[in-house]
Ligand binder design. Structure first.
Ligand code: SAM
Length: 461
């Protein structure tokens, strides 16, 4: 039975909600988006994992699933701003057991602020979604809050605009770290991290070339431009689902950010060499190494996570490439893969992923300050453990998608200091900027993700 709606505490005249039960076709994707946002925000699950939940996967229409994705990503991108609005709109917070309802209101506000969905349609579908979530009593509350936002948005937005969390859309701890590391760049980093990333492709040079593939895209009305600093990269003017990419299943092309596409060429694999990709999954760089070297290297792709390693195998099969995949801990080498020497090692270590927040906005709300020293310690252990497997004269490329010095230049500098036979082999390039013994790319709107690369050589005895 519906009880007194908490919406009435807003001193709103009680209005009939726009949507009647079962009349709004958009209710299911809104309810699903709220469940995804709640899973990330309140249950600290990853966005990828949350998007896999049955409520999302059960949506039959691919457009509904795309809408869930857009609403979930967008809401998590703007989270502090939306939370500040909910706090201003509500006189008292929702109860702890109502986190799904709060998530729905956040999703509702996101639509009004950042999408082209007509406000009346957004409100109607979001109100109906309260019923889909099993909270029919809350339809009035959702209706009242969203309508009030529409009426008073300027004042409501102005009230929280000065709050740094709202202005930069970052958690305080990460904002402090970025300000310390990048005193002249942190604002641009935050703004770029809050944009939609471009979709970039890596052409499989063993099956096609960039010009031909761009022509095939153009035939389908998909426009693309060459990705700077790469020979096989393209950036699409507008992202499309991979199912629309010609020859995707036949292995003509992979989706990979432009920054990620720099790694393989920096390691410079040569046919016939024995190479270790020590943190390989999901395998974008593994496949690129093989494509560059005509699929003619003895490549071992290692990862701690067997489920993620299965994605490497799927990718290699699709692209027609060959590597040995192994589950194992790069910080504690043992078994076959741990028998050196390797001429080259790619070490794309687990990291804070602060350079790829625009692709994974959940990182802002899942990571904690204490994760950074913990990750830095793990990276140091992996570096120390893998180094003895490198042949004298061999090259190791250390890679992170982090923007934090503890994981990047400080990490590599400390390694060089404590490792007698390690030498820096600096990366000279037109992209990024030198940082200690490595090179850093900052995320840039329309450009590349944030990456750090340091190339090390093992001295000959
Ligand atoms: C940044 S991702 C690698 C991305 C990959 N190189 C690519 O281009 O697709 C880091 C990977 O390291 C793996 N990992 C984490 N700890 C590890 C460890 N101790 N040993 C091996 N792999 C590890 C994670 O499972 C994750 O797949």
């Amino acid at each position: 039975m519906p009880t007194t709606s908490p919406g009435r505490s807003l001193a709103e005249p009680r209005r009939k909600p726009y949507g009647a039960p079962g009349t709004s076709p958009g209710a299911d994707p809104r309810a699903a988006a709220a469940a995804v946002v709640e899973a990330v925000r309140d249950q600290k699950r990853s966005l990828d994992e949350a998007l896999d939940m049955p409520r999302v996967q059960a949506l039959a229409d691919t457009r509904d699933r795309a809408l869930v994705q857009e609403l979930s990503y967008g809401t998590l991108r703007l989270l502090p701003r939306l939370e500040a609005l909910v706090a201003a709109l509500r006189h008292k917070p929702l109860k702890p057991g109502e986190s799904d309802l709060e998530a729905l209101i956040l999703v509702g506000l996101y639509q009004l602020i950042a999408t082209r969905i007509p406000p009346h349609a957004a409100v109607a579908a979001t109100v109906a979604a309260a019923r889909t979530l099993g909270r029919p009593w809350a339809a009035g509350l959702v209706n009242a809050l969203l309508r009030r936002y529409e009426r008073e948005k300027d004042a409501l937005e102005a009230a929280s605009a000065e709050d740094p969390r709202v202005r930069w859309l970052f958690p305080d701890w990460l904002l402090r770290r970025l300000q310390a590391a990048w005193p002249n760049h942190w604002q641009a980093i935050c703004d770029a991290s809050n944009t939609h990333p471009p979709m970039s492709l890596r052409i499989n040079r063993l099956r096609t070339d960039r010009r031909d593939y761009a022509a095939r895209l153009a035939e389908l009305g998909i426009t693309a431009r060459p990705l700077p600093y790469t020979e096989t990269g393209l950036t699409l003017d507008t992202p499309v689902p991979t199912a629309r990419l010609p020859g995707f299943d036949a292995g003509l092309v992979s989706v990979q950010d432009g920054g990620a596409q720099l790694a393989a060429a920096l390691l410079d694999p040569r046919p016939g060499e024995r190479i270790l990709d020590a943190c390989a999954a999901p395998g974008g760089k593994t496949a690129h190494l093989l494509e560059l070297a005509d699929n003619d290297i003895d490549l071992t792709a290692l990862d701690l996570d067997p489920l993620r390693l299965a994605r490497v195998e799927e990718g290699l099969a699709r692209l027609g490439l060959t590597a040995r995949t192994c589950t194992g801990d790069a910080a504690a080498p043992e078994g076959d893969w741990a028998q050196g020497p390797y001429q080259r090692i790619l070490l794309d270590v687990p990291c804070s992923a602060t350079g790829v927040i625009r692709r994974h906005p959940d990182i802002k709300w899942l990571r904690r300050d204490a994760d950074i020293p913990r990750l830095a310690a793990l990276q140091g252990r992996i570096l120390d453990a893998v180094w003895p497997l490198l042949a004298p004269g061999g090259t190791l490329l250390y890679v992170t998608c982090s923007l934090l010095p503890e994981e990047n230049e400080d990490q590599v500098s400390a390694f060089l200091t404590r490792t007698e036979d390690a030498r820096s082999n600096p990366v000279q390039a037109h992209w990024g900027q030198a940082r200690g013994p490595g090179r850093q790319i900052l995320p840039e709107a329309g450009g590349m993700d944030g990456f750090f690369f340091a190339r090390l050589k093992r001295a000959l005895p």
